[in-house]
Design a protein around this ligand. Structure first.
Ligand SMILES: Cc1ncc(COP(=O)(O)O)c(C=O)c1O
Length: 367
């Protein structure tokens, strides 16, 4: 009997790991799920913004109808908030959905996609799904994107270059000036995607969003998400900002109706709350400083972060083994290779449990 044929490059992929579910880890280590903390996915420790639960409940009564495919109300509200026209915004089922759609619209067999590494692993998946090759350009010694090397890696086959700013998993930023210089160095027929999933967390004055650059140039698109500071990861909604003709091409590669009625209502209800946004940004910053302080006290190497996660390195060099050691203590982290791990800034209790397990693992390794 024959078996169905699949594309070999797809067969070679390992499915995306979102981090082990809390219940599975709880069963494995014999603890109740309440004593497990999941700090793998850079999710918010807080619930949605005030008013979102009510907006979601109200939206549910309309789900016998398909969603508004033009996202009329939400796109008006968002465009007003970020200072662009409604036509300069395109929503998707999370920014991951948009990344895949951008690749499918612009890249494909015989082309390549360039991005820094390590960076967000979905870039590799999305390039592969589209049939394009990927060119992964190592970060520099400071764990920052090497923009000169990225520009040099672009060749005649390059269709898309992705700049993750701030960069996941290292939490580093490039300045507004550096991004603008980089964009000016990229050929005009190559699409530059600036992934600003963690934009709201950044408080460094050298940093600037690339939204004005995307408004001014047809070959620049900025990606943002409601999954991080807005606490809507479970509803899958993100957006792209760019010139309307560029977004119109991407939209042709978009599956229709992926942004649900409920997600649209939730995102809309989250907008227009600058004080709540500021409060959450400040709380994250305080918690991140606290965690970084704990790493300094324990002489653990880490990269200064501008986001809601920290990239750190433990003695021993075995990221998977270290991640298992944290998991055995009820803390689920993301192993990154070479002894590096990434921890998401959690609630106060989550962070306490992380530091306690760090102490236990360090004292084992230093014993
Ligand atoms: C750099 C980066 N971009 C995009 C995303 C995905 O966001 P979304 O939930 O909107 O698909 C993430 C999620 O971790 C991320 O780290």
């Amino acid at each position: 009997m024959g078996v169905p044929k699949f594309r070999p490059e797809i067969q070679a992929l390992n499915p995306y790991q979102v981090g082990r579910p809390i219940d599975e880890v709880a069963r494995d280590i014999g603890l109740g799920s309440a004593s497990i903390v999941k700090l793998t996915a850079n999710e918010s420790p807080d619930g949605p913004f005030p008013g979102v639960a009510e907006a979601v409940a109200a939206a549910v009564s309309g789900v016998n109808r398909y969603p508004d495919n033009d996202l009329w109300e939400l796109s008006h509200a968002l465009a007003g908030e970020i200072g662009v026209s409604r036509e300069a915004v395109l929503f998707g089922a999370g920014s991951v959905g948009l990344i895949a759609e951008i690749m499918s619209a612009a890249a494909g067999p015989g082309t390549n996609v360039v991005y820094g590494w390590p960076s967000f692993v979905m870039y590799r998946f999305a390039a592969t799904w589209s049939g394009a090759a990927h060119v992964e350009v190592p970060l520099d010694d400071a764990h920052e994107l090497d923009l000169d090397a990225l520009a040099s890696a672009i060749d005649d086959a390059t269709r898309v270059v992705i700049v993750c700013n701030p960069n996941n998993p290292t939490g580093t930023i490039k300045s507004g000036d550096e991004i603008e210089d980089f964009v000016a160095a990229v050929p005009e027929d190559v699409l530059v995607v600036v992934d600003e999933a963690y934009h709201e967390f950044v408080r460094d004055e050298r940093y600037r969003s690339a939204v004005p650059v995307a408004a001014a140039r047809p070959n620049v698109v900025v990606l943002r998400t409601f999954s991080k500071i807005y606490s809507l990861a479970g509803l899958r909604i993100g957006y792209a900002v760019g010139q309307p003709p560029t977004l119109a091409e991407i939209r042709k590669a978009q599956e229709p109706l992926t942004v649900t009625t409920v997600s649209q209502a939730a995102a809309h209800a989250s907008l227009g709350q600058p004080e709540e946004l500021e409060r959450r940004v400040m709380a994250n910053e305080a918690a991140r400083h606290h965690l970084q302080g704990a790493l300094i006290e324990r002489e653990v190497e880490f990269v200064e972060s501008h986001t809601n996660f920290i990239y750190f390195k433990m003695p021993g060099g075995d990221s998977a083994g270290l991640s298992d050691a944290f998991t055995a203590r009820g803390v689920i982290l993301r192993p990154m290779g070479g002894g590096w791990l990434r921890v998401t800034v959690g609630s106060e209790a989550d962070n306490r449990q992380f530091v306690a397990s760090l102490d236990a693992i360090l004292s084992d390794s230093r014993a």
